[in-house]
Write a protein that binds this ligand. Structure first.
Ligand code: IVH
Length: 699
């Protein structure tokens, strides 16, 4: 706090009256900062066009906080510096909604949506010949509903829905949500004196994943889905915790409102957006149910690409006059309907828990499920990740569980339906030896590894991986052939791929092989022998080393022998290589079997080609990278520097030549400025690399 103002200045300026020349200048600057921050929020959340980087935003906020600390008389409740308040003494006070918050009727199939249209038409006294009803279609956000009350444009209350009549007063927590304006934007005279905005508090999926990773690393229970995580985050007595969770708010309607009303739902959303409240940008106006159903279909197709959970589309009669004529039942409005998408989560029974051995030796527990159709795909297995996750979720054989399929991700068991547990099924325990080869296992981080590098499941996985596109790219070496060649004893380890030529006679004796097909495969293998170093590194199946990391390693350490001998500390010096990766690599190269395989590969004529050094343009220069560079992952930036002879270190010091500051740069940026280290933004950095307008070539 107040890092920008020396401690003494607080007392001096306030004692000086605060409204002297310095006070006036501060008042002007404070006003400008608040406006700039407010505009940045609107650009980011409402217009989806971020105008400032996170670093710039943070700098403005810090300057504002420091100025307000120096001039406490200038602090107002709607200042963006005042989002995080003091912890609430629990429990939350209750809040009675002026207008009840109803819920929505559901439809799961097209006929139900058509029935709804028929009910609406009947309710409005429309016959077959009458024109179609105009509906709006917008995403149904899977979060928790909240009500925000504004008085004279100022946020005065935030409440949860609760049972619809009475919710909880979570004003302090709602204030921490950056997309909730503390003061509504635009000409204040046009804002109703009293206005209740309703909408959904959600947790973007990326934030949800980070929250769960954090829960896991602290040994805390995981949230089953983004909605539960959002609810858990909002209902924190300490607003600082809510603030750290990065919730977002999306408005979908209004409750109590004073003054002249609106004519349509679409008009409401437009007004909200103008006042700085984020609303759906995907809202569609549809004339009649056919158009609404088509819009539903489009939204369902697009849902996988959204950064947040959407579980359906909400159909609303657009005209507020017609809405009023239709009215509501005790539970839902007769003018709106939630038309759900096919669920991505289903419940099913765990028939067994088995353990798979991957190519890196990692043991992964997998639930064998009673087959279940999830969003059109039959799922019969789902990953349980590791022992820690099984324990956290307490999954046992015989349990009924929620299984989730999200995008391309492998299906995963989300949680147990505990009410359905029968008796006291046995807890699952990870095996104390490899289930495939009975070899010794070792715990590394959250995972168990089979230490026997000749474990047949590991070997099979490694051979298949070695032949894959990102590695040696050998066509014609798929699962069936690898299984056959392993069974015949022609492949015992992955280096055997490169000595297969010596066994051609045996190869052509096998079923489905002949001179021509064998010749073709051997030719492919021959071609693959010379390989860029980074692809060889990918091929080795070092835990955590995929294409990007391999590229970083190869750029920083073009000598395979040196890489093999590097210590964990040395590897951690490389930008983009953290302690876990460094440990995994050292552990990998320490294993006898792996060293032997490498030696055999090289002996069989595999020739790694180190990445070409592009130039010496950055020789003698030291760089520190901080924040995110939108057009280039950090580790690639590191590799680009290495390839020009520069060096990347992790801490800023007086010896640092450049700090490359991306979005969200924090303390390193401040330190560099203090030390007078040259700071490059992304554009300047690309210019220095001579990459302006080009992409860094891969090899
Ligand atoms: S309109 C009278 N629109 O879904 C209720 N609700 O299952 C009008 N929801 O309680 C609700 N996205 O929390 C509406 N675009 C949207 C929505 C939405 C999510 C939630 C809302 C509601 C629940 C009903």
């Amino acid at each position: 706090m107040g890092r920008l103002s020396p401690p003494g200045s607080v007392i001096l300026t306030t004692m000086g009256g605060g409204r002297g020349t310095a006070g006036k200048a501060a008042a002007v600057r404070i006003k400008a900062l608040r406006r700039q921050i407010g505009e940045a929020n609107r650009a980011y959340y409402v217009l989806d066009k971020p105008g400032l980087s996170d670093a710039e935003y943070d700098l403005l906020l810090r300057e504002l906080t420091a100025l307000e600390e120096a001039h406490p008389d200038l602090i107002t409740d709607d200042s963006p510096s005042r989002r995080v308040g003091a912890p609430v003494e629990g429990p939350f006070p209750s809040h009675r909604h002026e207008v009840p918050m109803l819920s929505l009727g559901n439809a799961f199939h097209e006929e139900e949506a058509r029935d709804f249209d028929a009910r609406v038409r009947r309710g409005l006294g429309l016959g077959d010949e009458d024109p179609a009803v105009e509906y709006t279609m917008e995403p149904k956000y899977d979060g928790l509903s909240a009500s925000l009350t504004y008085q004279e444009g100022l946020l005065v209350r935030g409440a949860t829905r609760g049972d619809g009549v009475t919710g909880e007063d979570v004003t302090a927590q709602i204030r921490t949500i950056r997309s909730v304006p503390l003061r509504l934007a635009g000409p204040q005279a046009a804002i109703p004196a009293r206005l209740e905005i309703r909408g959904e508090v959600i947790l973007p999926l990326a934030v949800f994943a980070a929250v769960n990773a954090d829960q896991q690393s602290h040994g805390l229970p995981l949230f089953a889905n983004a909605r539960n995580a959002a609810a858990g985050s909002l209902r924190q007595l300490d607003p600082a915790i809510t603030a750290a969770r990065r919730l977002e708010f999306i408005g979908w309607g209004i409750g109590a409102v004073s003054g002249p009303g609106f004519a349509s739902h679409a008009e409401i959303l437009t007004a909200l957006s103008g006042w700085g409240v984020p609303v759906s940008r995907d809202m569609k106006i549809c004339s009649g149910m056919d158009a609404a159903i088509a819009a539903h279909h489009d939204m369902e197709t697009a849902r996988h690409d959204l950064p947040l959970e959407v579980d359906g589309a909400v159909i609303k009669v657009n005209s507020l006059k017609l809405q009023a004529r239709l009215g509501h039942t005790s539970r839902h409005p007769r003018w709106a309907l939630a038309y759900k998408f096919a669920p991505r989560q289903m419940t099913t029974r765990v028939n067994d828990i088995v353990v798979q051995v991957g190519r890196t030796g990692v043991l992964t527990p997998v639930a064998e499920l009673e087959p279940v159709n999830i969003g059109g795909v039959t799922v019969s297995r789902a990953t349980l990740h590791n022992a820690g996750e099984i324990a956290a979720k307490d999954v046992r054989v015989g349990d009924t569980v929620f299984v989730q399929r999200a995008g391309d991700v492998i299906p995963a068991v989300v949680s147990v339906v505990s009410e359905k547990r029968k008796g006291r099924p046995r807890r699952f325990r990870m095996p104390s030896a490899c289930p495939r080869c009975a070899g010794e296992v070792e715990e590394v981080g959250a995972h168990l590894y089979c230490l026997n590098t000749s474990c047949p499941d590991q070997v099979r996985g490694r051979i298949l991986h070695l032949a894959s596109r990102q590695a040696f790219d050998i066509t014609g070496l798929g699962t069936r052939k690898v299984d056959q060649l392993m069974a015949a004893g022609l492949l015992r380890e992955f280096p055997d791929v490169f000595t297969l030529g010596e066994k051609k006679e045996e190869l052509i004796k096998l079923e489905r092989w002949e001179e021509k097909s064998a010749g073709k495969l051997l030719e492919e293998i021959e071609k693959a022998r010379t390989i860029p170093l980074e692809r060889l590194l990918v091929a080795l199946s070092i835990p955590g080393v995929g294409v990007t990391v391999a590229r970083v390693l190869a750029a920083a350490c073009p000598d395979l022998g040196a890489l093999e001998r590097a210590t964990q500390e040395e590897l951690m010096e490389i930008e983009g290589i953290g302690p876990e990766l460094a440990h995994a690599a050292v552990h990998f190269f320490a294993q006898e079997g792996n060293r032997e395989n490498m030696a055999r590969l090289l002996a069989a004529g595999v020739t790694p080609v180190p990445p070409a050094k592009l130039s010496d343009s950055l020789a003698g220069k030291t760089f520190v990278l901080t924040g995110t560079l939108p057009s280039m992952p950090r580790n690639e930036a590191g590799a680009a520097i290495s390839r020009r002879g520069g060096r990347v270190t992790s801490a800023v010091s007086a010896r640092t030549s450049y700090l490359v500051a991306g979005e969200n740069s924090g303390s390193k940026l401040a330190k560099a400025r203090k030390l007078g280290v040259e700071v490059l933004d992304e554009k300047a950095f690309r210019r220095l690399l001579d990459l302006e307008g080009k992409a860094e070539a891969g090899g």
